[in-house]
Unconditional design. Structure first.
Length: 314
């Protein structure tokens, strides 16, 4: 049982980290019954490439998918083809998208087109669909508060929505280890220079703020995320504070932009990016997730009014 290129981040937990554009993409291999369990699967080739090269040796019998995004589930179908006994688990809230990738692209990545006429170009959507890999079947769903044994650890399942409806994390209190996925995203996942490499992609704002509060109450000693390096308790606390500050700052940017004149969705994407851009312009469209959430929250609180033609005014 070997992972030759993994960094051991805790006893029995290896980090498989690859570049994904300017970011890192992290998958975790956990020792499990003489083989491996995985937390997330990466994109096509992330795990199966290691198996084929002989870098990851030993049966892979369990995969927990943190949420419905291509960079966390894309290698799952190929992995199952290599490991027929693999069981794949997720939270019910993301199950349909994890199983049906055309629906994932249409309803998640292209979410803003029906309502706002805004979205990624066709070639980007096609590439996202490719990164999802083939459709997969989920064997069972995990509920908040349930426990999951992986190797010698009993993990507690946490439902931590906001980035996606059914995002889950795994928490091991005795060791203070949190398998976080993308549950909180600070000002956006860091690139090579440490600054945000893309906009943060939280969406359901009330859920996201509750998730931040919930995670802040845990005595975390090591947080293992999808795109950050391993974070100790202090750095994780900072990420949680940045995640909340980002939402508060962005809500003010949207309100300010809508003061005195009606603004369209695309105008507000521009305002958010102009306020904080540390990424190349091709990443700007990823602010559509958070903006859709901000508009829903601000109109629901009657701090913004929707005008004809889907414009917004304070
Ligand atoms: Zn991710």
């Amino acid at each position: 049982m070997v992972v030759s290129d993994a960094a051991a981040v805790a006893p029995g937990i290896g980090l498989l980290s690859d570049p994904l554009g300017d970011r890192r993409l992290n998958v975790y291999a956990l020792e499990h019954d003489g083989g491996w369990a995985l937390f997330d699967a990466g994109v096509p080739g992330t795990v199966t490439g290691r198996v084929e090269r002989g870098d990851l040796v030993g049966a892979i019998t369990l995969l927990v998918v943190s949420h419905a995004d291509a960079d966390h589930l894309g290698d799952a179908a190929a992995l199952r083809a290599l490991s027929p006994n693999l069981r794949i688990l997720c939270h019910a809230g993301d199950r349909r998208w994890i199983e049906d990738h055309d629906a994932l692209v249409r309803e998640r990545y292209d979410h803003a087109r029906p309502r706002y006429g805004y979205g990624y170009p066709t070639d980007v959507l096609r590439e996202l669909r490719r990164l999802c890999g083939a459709d997969i079947r989920i064997d069972a769903t995990l509920d908040d508060g349930s426990s999951l044994r992986i190797g010698s650890r009993e993990w507690r399942v946490l439902h931590v929505p906001g980035h996606s409806p059914g995002h889950l994390a795994l928490w091991h209190e005795p060791d203070g280890v949190l398998l976080l996925g993308d549950a909180v995203l600070g000002f956006g996942p860091p690139g090579g220079d440490g600054r945000a490499s893309m906009p943060p992609t939280h969406q359901s704002i009330g859920d996201y703020l509750r998730t931040i509060d919930r995670l802040a109450r845990l005595p975390v000693r090591l947080a293992l995320s999808g795109h950050w390096p391993p974070l100790d308790g202090a750095l994780f606390g900072r990420l949680l504070r940045e995640s909340r500050t980002c939402v508060e700052r962005d809500l003010e940017v949207v309100l300010e932009a809508c003061s005195g004149q009606p603004r369209r969705f695309a105008d507000l994407i521009g305002a958010l990016n102009d306020r904080s851009r540390s990424w190349p312009p091709r990443e700007d469209a990823a602010y559509s997730f958070a903006l859709a959430g901000y508009l829903e929250r601000l109109t629901g609180q009657q701090r913004l009014r929707e005008e004809p033609g889907r414009t917004y005014i304070r």
